[in-house]
Design a protein around this ligand. Structure first.
Ligand SMILES: [Zn+2]
Length: 406
């Protein structure tokens, strides 16, 4: 099974994602450079130079309308700033790793279009050229193309199952969930992607918690890969986690003055409109990566929340309050720092779960802090203290293990 490699070369955030050295060396991946988007009448062409030809597949998905290009793991050395981002039917495109051995390019459509050409052809010197050609189409033509696309959801979940709690393991298990990843960058402000900011934070938090020797700490991803939302929840449940901490750093368009950290718990009813909007946006992560939304996925948060054991919610709330208190002692908090909404990633019925929005990438002040090692150190320290307070405090969740028969 090939290992993941950092493919966030266009992030400009060195060291956030670290290449894992025990699989295929990254030098074996084909390299894609020099992306170009060109329009000619009704046709738009996306081309990239490749270090060698690769196999490509194209399919179209509706709602949001997009074209998905599947290819083997690719080292994208494409400067997003250098390429035109939109032209004709194309409103944007992005690329990144999708599964352990697959990469994707996702082309967002401003208007219905069909794929006329999707190929990588050999060029002189053993190199390749990726050519994707789209033509503006009627809604009916587009829908016909969508209908021909086979269901693709199963492939994304073909990940390695997390290790179950080993017998005799007495330490508390904590699962850290850095949001987004791979093909889904999350918020992107000034070439810095949320996926890299939260991965760097998660890795530091893991180190800090492990240093105490009291916790078994797992991460839903420890490199720049895409992980579907349901799988993140699945990892926590399969690991028998005692606590699940999802890390995000979103952006608000047109609200540069809004800043500070916020702690969210899951709830079928949002505390406010902003929380509801944020949860809706985060719940789109699978769609961003080109996964189809299936009906059971749409409603999973609500259904699972109904089934959630009351003590799980109580412990989530206890930890969230702890977090707000400890974080508030060292970093700037949002003016309403403790909120809830229907985040799918917080839907495990048996694992106390919170989501931390570290700050807003849309706030220049927050963005600066999120990238500062000093701020990260302070915030990680505060979260670790909150974790200790939660497991060691007067309302320690020993009742959780007992109630669940663990
Ligand atoms: Zn996010």
């Amino acid at each position: 099974m090939p290992t993941w490699f950092a493919a966030c070369l266009w992030l400009g955030l060195a060291g956030a994602a670290v290449a894992q050295g025990n699989g295929r060396p990254q030098s074996e991946f084909p390299v894609a450079t020099d992306a170009r988007l060109e329009q000619s009448g009704e046709t738009v062409r996306l081309t990239m130079a490749l270090s060698r030809p690769v196999e490509v597949g194209a399919s179209v998905l509706a709602g949001p309308d997009r074209v998905v290009i599947d290819m083997p793991s690719t080292n994208f050395q494409v400067q997003p700033a250098a390429a035109r981002k939109s032209a004709g039917v194309v409103s944007a495109f992005r690329f990144g790793l999708f599964t352990a051995d697959r990469a994707r390019i996702i082309i967002d459509l401003a208007q219905p279009a069909v794929v006329v050409k999707a190929e990588s052809r050999p060029v002189r010197g053993g190199f390749g050229e990726l050519v994707i050609e789209l033509r503006r189409a009627t809604r009916a033509e587009f829908q016909a193309a969508v209908a021909k696309t086979p269901s693709r959801n199963p492939e994304a979940t073909a990940a390695i199952p997390p290790p179950a709690k080993p017998a005799g393991e007495s330490r508390q298990t904590i699962v850290i969930d850095p949001g987004h990843g791979g093909i889904d960058p999350g918020a992107v402000v000034a070439s810095i992607a949320e996926k890299a900011v939260v991965l760097a934070f998660g890795a530091k938090l893991k180190k800090q918690l492990e240093a105490s020797g009291r916790y078994r700490v797992l991460m839903t991803r420890d490199d720049d890969r895409f992980v579907p939302l349901a799988e993140r929840v699945g990892i926590a449940r399969a690991a028998g986690a005692d606590l699940f901490i999802s890390i995000h750093a979103d952006s608000l368009t047109q609200a540069q003055e809004v800043r500070g950290a916020t702690v969210y718990t899951g709830s079928e009813r949002a505390t406010d409109a902003e929380a509801a909007r944020l949860a809706a946006k985060e719940n789109q992560a699978d769609a961003v990566a080109g996964l189809e939304a299936s009906e059971d996925m749409q409603d999973v948060a609500g259904i699972l929340m109904d089934l959630a054991k009351r003590e799980t919610r109580t412990f989530s709330a206890v930890f969230a309050r702890n977090l707000v208190e400890k974080l508030g002692g060292s970093v700037k908090m949002h003016k309403v720092p403790l909120r809830s909404a229907g985040f799918r990633v917080l839907s495990a019925p048996d694992v106390p779960s919170v989501l931390i929005e570290l700050g807003y990438m849309s706030s220049p002040k927050d963005a600066e802090l999120l990238n500062s090692a000093e701020w990260r150190g302070k915030a990680v320290e505060a979260v670790a203290t909150a974790v200790e307070g939660y497991f060691g405090g007067p309302r320690a969740p020993v009742g959780k293990a007992a109630a669940n028969g663990r």
